[in-house]
Design a protein around this ligand. Structure first.
Ligand SMILES: C[S@@+](CC[C@H](N)C(=O)[O-])C[C@H]1O[C@@H](n2cnc3c(N)ncnc32)[C@H](O)[C@@H]1O
Length: 384
């Protein structure tokens, strides 16, 4: 039976799955912190493990969480600070029900999320724990994966299960509805170096734009997902994030969005088509010049300021840290601590917004704060 699983049809599979649902441990009822006995697949050679469904009905202030992953990863999740200390979730204001936003239908994009009030740049829009996490794998037959995911969803608390099943679906395949929902709504979550897909139902209602007014980030150590405004958002304005890299050109963005999310983007930038790519080319050109440290370099303060402005004009406020870093280096390289300080502070702020408070990857700008004169870039260029 094991060898033929990949070839049997769904009806046969449905009869097979029940007896094949192996309990991880038949001898004890002690599966805390999980609320149900884990239900596992057989050993999957390519993963080097079985995969099991684990559900906590109480995690995240009784919002609940189901996980389909390996026993080893489930132990890591259970040992994480978010599981051991519910207070840590409160400390980070996670799963707080706020009236900062509401959802309503949008023309051509399904439901969308809108600002219930004016939201300032840097303010949080959502901050939540996931309700479903699934190990990313392509080894289980889809129908079999669906069976386990169905159990994962059925074991969630009623309102949480409802919020998941109401989400939009990427493909209308009645045989694998949960996978349709996951494909259309999940965010990547790395746990212990292993890819997982995680569903955060609030953020799932946020539509895409290529000049988004908000930015998301996932904190795997705290099992949390944040959406933060990157520019001022008016009351009743739609809240948007980027599903694809906004620094890619029009064709690349459209291809990614079509392939991964099955829609054609008609946002302001996309409506200008390839014409808007000229600004991206200008960014690339300016960055190349500003990265040239040879004596014949054409780098200048004017070009650094132009780079910052081009990012802003494209509505890429959430992606500004490289531009600010170039500007900080440029000012420092002509001995202007004032200019360097202004831009390094902006670069750090933008970087934290994008990657979270714990991470810092400023590349060439690293170690510049308060060390302007000992930084490698100090007076590297002749003032013009
Ligand atoms: C994560 S959901 C976003 C919320 C969704 N609109 C809903 O009704 O629940 C992703 C799906 O929303 C739609 N969508 C998101 N952004 C869009 C856009 N800019 N243009 C058209 N459709 C969009 C696509 O169908 C996409 O697969």
């Amino acid at each position: 039976q094991q060898d033929s699983l990949g070839r049997i049809n769904v009806h046969e599979l449905l009869q097979l799955v029940e007896p094949n649902l192996l309990s991880e441990d038949n001898n004890t009822n002690d599966f805390a912190p999980w609320s149900y006995k884990p239900i596992c697949t057989r050993f999957i050679d390519s993963i080097g493990s079985k995969l099991c469904v684990y559900t906590s009905s109480t995690f995240g202030n009784y919002r609940g969480l189901s996980v389909f992953t390996t026993p080893e990863i489930s132990r890591k999740i259970a040992a994480s600070v978010s599981f051991r200390s519910p207070k840590s979730l409160a400390d980070h204001a996670l799963n707080v029900v706020e009236s900062r936003w509401y959802t309503k239908p949008t023309p051509g994009k399904g439901l969308g999320m809108f600002a219930g009030d004016h939201i300032r740049p840097g303010e949080r829009v959502t901050a939540n724990t996931p309700i479903l996490i699934a190990y990313t794998e392509g080894f289980l037959p889809k129908a079999e994966r669906e069976e386990y995911l169905r159990i994962a969803v059925d074991q969630l608390p009623g309102p949480t299960k409802k919020s998941l099943l109401e989400l939009s679906t990427l493909y209308d395949d009645r045989e694998i509805p949960i996978q349709g929902i996951i494909s259309g709504n999940a965010f990547d979550l790395q746990i212990d170096g292993n890819g997982h897909l995680a569903v955060f139902p609030e953020a799932s209602r946020i539509n895409h734009a290529c000049s988004p007014n908000s930015q998301f980030r996932v904190d795997s150590s705290l099992l949390s997902h944040y959406v933060v405004a990157v520019r001022s958002i008016d009351k009743d304005e739609e809240i948007t994030i980027a599903y694809s890299n906004p620094l890619e050109d029009h064709a690349q963005r459209q291809q990614h969005l079509k392939q991964s999310f099955d829609f054609t983007c008609r946002c302001l930038r996309c409506s200008q088509g390839q014409e808007a790519d000229a600004a991206l080319n200008e960014i690339a050109e300016l960055q190349l010049i500003l990265s040239d440290w040879t004596p014949s370099s054409e780098a200048s303060i004017k070009k650094a300021e132009k780079l910052v402005k081009t990012y802003q004009d494209l509505g890429l406020e959430g992606y500004m840290d490289p531009a600010y870093c170039h500007a900080a280096l440029m000012y420092n390289s002509v001995g202007s601590i004032r200019g360097a300080k202004k831009y390094i502070d902006l670069a750090i702020e933008a970087n934290k917004l994008r990657l979270g408070p714990k991470l810092s990857d400023l590349g060439a700008c690293d170690n510049m704060v308060d060390e302007f004169q000992s930084h490698w870039s100090w007076r590297r260029r002749k003032p013009v």
